[in-house]
Design a protein. Structure first.
Length: 163
């Protein structure tokens, strides 16, 4: 599989919304509970500083998406935040790593100095291992910071890396 990261284009919007919604439906990583529609997805992705898609050239299909945006404003506006989604049937193939690496590069290009993740869910072990591999620093643990679909709570683990 040859994956290239490209800026989201209109022709890939439906596929990007579908990939994003899979992670929302899983209820294990994203704080969002509402699924995107074509219209809300267009608005949501357009509001980001950058939206990238992982395009599988061989299959000519979108297999992942990420969003990058400021984490705060004003004197903390140099911190950015991002979220990543990989299609269920393509997970475990380093697509997430490709998305994160591109996001780090893009963040630097956009003038951000730090990439911060506010809410990495403790059970998201693949993400935790990837962030450790890439040199992110764990900031601590926020007990019960994430509410699961069944109403239970799970810890979140914020991370950051200098860009």
């Amino acid at each position: 599989m040859t994956v290239e990261i490209k800026m989201l284009e209109e022709k890939w919007l439906a596929a990007a919304v579908e990939v994003w919604n899979e992670v929302v439906e899983d209820g294990e990583a994203f704080p969002q509970t509402e699924l995107l529609t074509a219209e809300t997805g267009r608005d949501f992705f357009a509001q980001q500083s950058y939206t990238g898609v992982a395009w599988d050239a061989r299959a000519d299909e979108i297999v992942g998406v990420y969003i990058l945006h400021p984490n705060n404003v004003g004197r903390c506006g140099h911190l950015c935040n991002a979220s990543y989604a990989v299609r269920r049937d393509r997970r475990g193939r380093q697509i997430g790593e490709t998305l994160v690496r591109d996001c780090m590069r893009r963040g630097r290009e956009l003038g951000f100095r730090i990439l911060q993740f506010n809410a990495v869910v403790r059970s998201n072990t693949a993400a935790l291992m990837l962030y450790r591999k890439l040199g992110f620093t764990q900031l601590g643990v926020i007990p019960e910071g994430f509410q699961r679909d069944d109403g239970s709570y799970e810890d979140i683990i914020p991370h950051y890396i200098r860009l």
